[in-house]
Ligand binder design. Structure first.
Ligand code: GUN
Length: 294
């Protein structure tokens, strides 16, 4: 078994970006600027956004954090998005999901300028991704592709089973793994809550990508020998004995599945850190595109 070490690879990517940014500075160019909007006080979302902003600072990007109360109206959020769309200093921005229920997420995503949509959630960017056109690929699927590439995991002709059809992970992942090229060229099954015989389907997978959010869902007896196992689940399990009052766990019974898998991502330290690294990569791409246009 080889560990797909997202912490190590994400650090390499961040070092690569740091060098690129240092060169931009030397040439007197504007450095990339990422803004993040967070609405409300969800603990996990605040943690994720906090690490996105901190990572920007560490690698030499500019960053702006926009915090809005949980009572924010849809109109107020749309106004803020309009401001960021028009702000020449900002190269890319994200609106952290999920949003409070009074806000229509689709409307919000549609309001983001596709050229600044470094999450790759806007239908224009999602459509380009599905058509193999150059665009912003959503950070978590992009991070998984990067891990597969850097560890030279063979995907051609393999059966990839994706568990979960969220717009952020499962759906784009299913498209990307089936695209022409590498990583890709695999035969994809997208499974979800209405899938019949899910355990039988998973048992036929060469590559399993679990994005369910159910701790210990994937057990050793469900996967075949030498399967590649990607765990996208990040669940906070309350535990008073831990300093933070919780611990983080994935969808996979790592201890037992790792004995059978050829490659496996740990949680924490697998897909999570890759998501942040790829968001930074998309922001760098946004900056380069803006410079080319101006
Ligand atoms: N919530 C969970 N993952 C993500 C992500 O990648 N981007 C945004 N904007 N919100 C998220």
């Amino acid at each position: 078994m080889e560990l797909l070490d997202g912490k190590k690879i994400s650090n390499q990517i961040k070092e690569e970006i740091t060098e690129t940014v240092a060169k931009m500075k030397e040439r007197g160019e504007k450095v990339p600027h990422l803004a993040a909007i967070i609405v409300g006080n969800d603990g996990a979302s605040l943690t994720y956004v906090g690490s996105k902003v901190r990572s920007c600072e560490r690698i030499g990007f500019e960053s702006t954090l926009v915090q809005m109360p949980s009572t924010t109206s849809e109109l107020e959020l749309l106004k803020k998005i309009d401001e960021l769309n028009k702000n020449e200093a900002v190269d890319g921005f994200i609106v952290q999901l999920p949003l409070p229920e009074q806000i229509d997420t689709q409307k919000v995503i549609m309001a983001i300028d596709p050229d600044k949509d470094v999450d790759g959630f806007h239908p224009t960017n999602f459509g380009k991704m599905a058509l193999d056109m150059s665009t912003f690929i959503p950070a978590t699927p992009f991070g998984i592709l990067e891990l597969l590439e850097r560890y030279k995991v063979d995907t051609k002709g393999k059966h990839t089973v994706v568990i979960g059809r969220s717009h952020i992970v499962g759906r784009p992942m299913s498209i990307l793994m089936g695209r022409r090229g590498w990583p890709g060229n695999s035969t994809v099954t997208l499974t979800h809550s209405h899938t019949k015989n899910i355990t039988q389907i998973i048992s036929q997978a060469d590559i399993v990508i679990s994005a369910l959010g159910v701790p210990n869902f994937l057990k050793a007896e469900m996967v075949k020998d030498d399967a590649v196992v990607i765990d996208v689940g990040i669940t906070r399990v309350p535990d008073e004995s831990r300093p933070k009052g919780y611990y983080i766990t994935g969808d996979v019974d790592f201890e037992n599945v790792s004995k059978k898998a050829s490659y496996i991502t740990p949680v924490p330290g697998g897909v999570g850190p890759m998501t942040i690294a790829m968001l930074l990569k998309n922001t760098l791409l946004a900056r380069e595109r803006h410079r080319a246009k101006s």
